[in-house]
Ligand binder design. Structure first.
Ligand code: ARG
Length: 569
């Protein structure tokens, strides 16, 4: 597809014979009446020692507009406003869509660069909570988008499967395991066992000692302890998998913290070799006060490793194994300071500079109910699988009322309910808290996942109702799509790949959710303004075709976010 920004930048450079980076200065004006692209001359004023207005006029006078790509250039203040040739634009977009179909928007911009996205990472034998839902959904969307842009992506679920608490859990299980049926709701039961043993440890120092010993045994690979620990892990993973299946989320690797336990000694040695480790009451610490980052402990007084050291070992391992250019950690804001510490210490790990630079914490805010903090009536944590099923049930009820004869209702309700939850997780700037409100997120006419699905279904039903097949691109006369409402859609379609690149640059999924809403609204507007089936066969075909391609992009964009499209709604 012709890149209009590139072309305009080229023309500007030639007009005033400069080699500056022009492309990145080109803007999209807020109002289309002002042009499709605008070039502010202010930054050139310094180098050229002329007023922006004079520069703008000079460019206008000298610019070569042959080739028809640009219809008109206007000077307004210190700006040059460019109006592109709409027919070329339409043709470019439709031709590209015809060639690439659901791959429209994909590119090789990633050039095979290695990217790790770490997401979800729940703790075994503990509930999968609402915060884990958010990282799962955000991480999975970023994973899909990077892949679509030609990066070599690895998705890792860094399970929290290690820590001294497992010494306690093993002891509890040994004592009371047979009282529980762990095939049903295992995580609740394991939590129960944990609470019991923890209380006992508080009362009886001897029990605590046994628990510590269990953990030591686990570290040394003791057969019994390892077996029990594996059981906890299997049971938990099975529970988590139910959620991943509902969400349609996948991982390339489930290597969790335990995998790195035997790799922390090397890390400690390296860091000590750099002379940055200090002793403090028997523990080993790194003082980062001068960077305003407090103190980070890397080994406890009793010699066991901790979360931070395992993370440092993970970084080394990933640098070696994946030679990553970027390693994204999708983890809640509570760990902001923690990741700053880890990334600071990573500078001393003897890994390539590019890996150190590529470490990035994708922080996200809390999930809140519109009425306050998120918890159930009993004050316990919200269970994510129950929540997802509630979404499906609610949609099922809505459809039953609106469209009682709908085929495959259960299946479609699943796509819509899950889609609504996913969209709601992705549509606010990540650092902001996410508001959880059923009425808002399930509103078929709101700024929601279901709204986008609804418009998508309309792009399809329009064609079905006309009783026709989708026309061929070769049958379309571009002149029938130059009205404002159609052009608005075409311009959005043209921007799709830029939007995806923007998501990858900023790691902000809301750029794509916003885009999809804009596209859906543009279609809705087109549908209201234009009769699609008319007496004019050429116009009818063009409008049906535009419906069809809009549907493709709504579907592709949603799929990248992890949202499936229903056939009916
Ligand atoms: N398991 C942790 C939790 O549930 C998140 C792990 C984040 N990733 C990491 N590499 N530290 O809070």
């Amino acid at each position: 597809m012709i890149n209009f920004k590139d072309e305009i930048a080229d023309k500007i450079k030639k007009a005033i014979s400069i080699e500056d980076d022009i492309k990145n200065l080109i803007e999209n004006p807020p109002n289309k009446d002002m042009g499709d692209y605008a070039f502010p001359c202010f930054s050139l004023a310094k180098t050229l020692r002329k007023s922006p207005m004079i520069i703008a006029n000079e460019i206008k006078d000298n610019i070569d507009l042959s080739g028809d790509l640009i219809e008109k250039v206007d000077v307004q203040g210190g700006y040059l406003n460019f109006f592109v040739n709409k027919k070329i634009l339409i043709n470019e977009v439709l031709k590209e869509l015809d060639e690439k179909k659901e791959n429209f928007g994909s590119s090789n911009i990633g050039n095979g660069k290695n990217i790790i996205v770490e997401y979800s990472s729940p703790n075994i034998a503990k509930p999968f909570h609402i915060g884990h839902l958010r990282t799962t959904v955000i991480g999975s969307a970023l994973y899909n988008i990077y892949k679509f842009l030609g990066y070599n992506v690895t998705g890792i679920n860094h399970l929290g499967d290690y820590g001294t608490q497992f010494g306690k859990m093993i002891e509890g299980y040994k004592r009371w395991g047979n009282e529980y049926d762990l095939n049903d709701n295992p995580i609740d039961k394991l939590m129960d066992i944990y609470v019991r043993i923890n209380n006992l440890c508080k009362e009886d120092e001897n029990v605590l000692e046994i628990c510590r010993d269990n953990f030591k045994k686990l570290e040394e690979g003791d057969e019994y302890c390892t077996k029990i620990w594996n059981k906890f892990k299997d049971l938990s993973l099975k529970e988590f998998q139910r959620i991943y299946d509902l969400l349609g989320v996948k991982f390339d690797s489930f290597t969790g913290e335990a995998f790195y336990a035997d790799k922390v000694d090397d890390v400690c040695k390296i860091l000590e070799g750099k002379g940055i480790v200090q002793e403090s009451e028997g523990a080993k610490i790194i003082d980062l006060e001068d960077k305003g980052l407090g103190v980070c402990m890397i080994r406890k007084a009793n010699g066991s490793s901790i979360y931070a050291t395992r993370d440092l070992a993970t970084i080394r391992y990933r640098a070696k194994t994946y030679d990553f250019d970027k390693c994204l950690y999708v983890v809640a804001y509570e760990q902001n300071q923690y990741f700053k510490q880890i990334f600071e210490i990573a500078k001393y790990l003897d890994i390539p500079e590019k890996c150190v630079k590529g470490l990035k914490h994708i922080s996200y805010g809390m999930t809140r109910l519109s009425t306050g903090k998120m918890s159930t009536r009993e004050g316990t944590v919200v269970k994510v699988d129950e929540l997802l099923n509630e979404a499906i049930d609610r949609v099922n009820k809505i459809i039953k009322e609106k469209n009682p004869d709908m085929e495959n209702r259960e299946e479609e309700a699943k796509k819509i309910g899950i889609g609504a939850v996913i969209f709601n997780n992705l549509c606010t700037t990540l650092v902001k808290d996410q508001i959880f409100d059923w009425d808002i997120m399930l509103n078929f006419n709101g700024e929601t996942g279901p709204y986008i699905q609804y418009i998508y279904v309309r792009t399809k039903s329009v064609i079905e109702k006309a009783g026709r097949n989708v026309p061929e691109f070769s049958e379309i006369d571009i002149n029938n799509l130059t009205d404002k409402a159609s052009l608005n859609i075409i311009e959005l379609l043209y921007n799709f790949s830029d939007v995806l690149v923007s998501v990858s640059e900023k790691n902000e999924t809301c750029i794509l959710t916003r885009y999809l809403l804009d596209l859906a609204k543009a279609y809705s507007n087109f549908y209201n303004e234009n009769k699609i089936i008319t007496d004019d066969e050429g116009i009818t075909k063009a409008r049906l075709y535009l419906s069809y391609v809009t549907g493709i992009v709504l579907k592709t964009g949603s799929k990248l976010l992890g949202i499936e499209m229903p056939d009916k709604m």
